[in-house]
Write a protein that binds this ligand. Structure first.
Ligand code: PYC
Length: 334
């Protein structure tokens, strides 16, 4: 019999959960977080499943485990754990993790108000503002993001043919804008978006095999998320989305990597300028501020450096036991 206890600190970023494993995480082997992510997936994925899925988690659960940095100039390294797997990068997860890490003293930054974080997808530069103990906001300068493909098509049950773009913002997103067969996510329930997304994500990866692979890291591949756009609730916002991930999740936050992908798409299409604020609303109406900070290239591809700003609230301490005697030790999904 084996019984493992994980000390977790729970928060939400603009409504979407972030569970940071502050004690009990594994020792991983690798020269960087991308290699350690592979080691975790091979040997320790039961920890992710146990802490993210029911009965200890739920469909939207997501979190992280912190590690020492591989380069001493950086502050820490991060592994994202989610119901969807171990994402190379997660924006809402970063905002929640930084809020927890600073408020709870898990990370002491080398420079106050600034953090260099090693994610599997690359180095992420972070700024935050703190008043007393509380972190007011977190802004991350994300990894290079780019528009990978335009005007692809897929058949969607009930809706018919949909035209979509694919953009990378730390994960690959199929972005579905309003069009003849899709009037916008504001007209759909979460359940219908989930049903359509489940079908079209698989169909996209089948129709376009080996098309979406990160040029510098072959472990980051395929469309994993679907971003449906629509009208904002607050007319002063720039846009709204429903981001599907995992098997049954709609992000309650505006999704950091999804917003990065959206910024890359809009910039490439001439619909957003460098430095212009893009207020992105989530399915529940919570907001991130996105911006194209600068333009760059990634292996010869035109790319942007996006920034995302949002907030998080810490709401609890959680000593979670995973006991091999429990038939649901490693979680389940219905
Ligand atoms: O914020 O990048 C994000 C994210 C990915 C999946 C859920 N949230």
């Amino acid at each position: 019999m084996s019984r493992k206890t994980f000390f977790c600190i729970d928060a939400h970023t603009c409504g979407n959960p972030v569970r940071v494993v502050a004690g009990g995480g594994p020792n991983l082997i690798g020269k960087n977080m991308s290699e350690k992510r592979q080691h975790f997936l091979k040997e320790y994925d039961w920890i992710r499943r146990g802490l993210m899925f029911e009965p200890r988690g739920h469909d939207m659960m997501s979190g992280s485990i912190l590690f020492p940095p591989h380069d001493p100039n950086n502050d820490f390294a991060i592994l994202f754990i989610e119901t969807s797997g171990c994402l190379p990068m997660c924006g809402h997860g970063t905002i929640g993790t930084i809020t927890i890490a600073i408020e709870e003293g898990l990370v002491i930054p080398k420079i106050s108000g600034k953090i260099l974080m090693e994610a599997p997808a690359g180095l992420v530069e972070i700024a935050y503002q703190q008043t007393g103990k509380k972190v007011d906001w977190v802004r991350l300068v994300n990894v290079k993001s780019y528009l990978a493909a335009e005007d692809l098509t897929i058949d969607c049950p009930e809706l018919g043919e949909l035209v979509f773009d694919v953009a990378y913002g730390g994960n690959f997103y199929a972005i579905v804008d309003p069009q003849e067969n899709f009037s916008g996510m504001h007209n759909f329930t979460a359940n219908r978006i989930i049903q359509y997304s489940q079908v079209i994500r698989d169909a996209i990866n089948k129709k376009y095999p080996d098309k979406f692979i990160h040029p510098e890291n072959g472990t980051i591949r395929d469309v994993t998320h679907i971003l449906w756009t629509g009208d904002p609730i607050d007319p002063s916002s720039s846009g709204r989305n429903a981001v599907f991930y995992g098997n049954k999740a709609i992000d309650r936050s505006p999704c950091g990597t999804g917003t990065s992908a959206r910024l890359a798409q809009l910039y490439a299409k001439g619909r957003l300028q460098i430095g212009e604020e893009y207020i992105h609303e989530s399915f529940i109406g919570s907001k991130f501020i996105g911006k194209v900070e600068s333009v760059t290239t990634l292996d010869g591809i035109k790319a942007i450096i996006p920034s995302i700003q949002g907030w998080a609230v810490v709401y609890g301490y959680n000593n979670i036991i995973i006991d091999d005697d429990d038939p649901y030790a490693h979680g389940f999904q219905v």
